[in-house]
Design a protein around this ligand. Sequence first.
Ligand code: NI
Ligand code: MN
Length: 225
Amino acid sequence: MKLRYFSHSAFQITCDDGVKILIDPFFNNNPTSPVRAEDVEADYILISHGHWDHLGDTLSIAQRCNALCICENELGQYLSAKGLNVHRMHIGGAFKFDFGRIKLTQALHSSVTPDNVCHGTPTGFVITINGKSLYHTGDTGLFSDMKLIGQLNKIHTMLVPIGDNFTMGIDDAAMACDFVRPVQAIPMHYNTFDVIRANPEAFCTKITANGIECKIINFGDQISI
Ligand code: NI
Ligand code: MN
């Protein structure tokens, strides 16, 4: 599969059969996004929580592409009421979709939609496709149950926020990687705004010293997993 990073927490997985999965599609109000929402395709959209920098352009992309939105229950009800196709889940639950399996994980954070209508629960995702698991933590602080997520799911690639202020910073993110023990980690949620400036190289130095590969993906670039 391919993994493209758009900056912030926005990624696109392209499966070997061409199925496209967007995660936290924050494009048109994102000063660091290399693409516009109108240029992105999706069969599925995963939304970690309702904050504007994660819900992003979900509405317009889901409408244009007729994508299925996958998210936590209350946020799902909110998106359903706007006419979108939604699969609602909750923390600890997994479901097998045509492309693979999604499991919702907890995230230490909050969640409210930009119009202050929906106060749901923030989440992360374990995404398993063809036997490989990715863990997108969502916006979160460090929590020790990440150890269980790592033990239960054998994470290959961990997408971890390092920008501090609203989420983990570099030290906590490095500890999170040590809890989960993925094969590789990719830093996210940094340098979008001044308050979340962080040096991804400093994060990489820490986790590499601890036996975990680090991949910094330039905004807009794609890697194979
Ligand atoms: Ni947030
Ligand atoms: Mn955020």
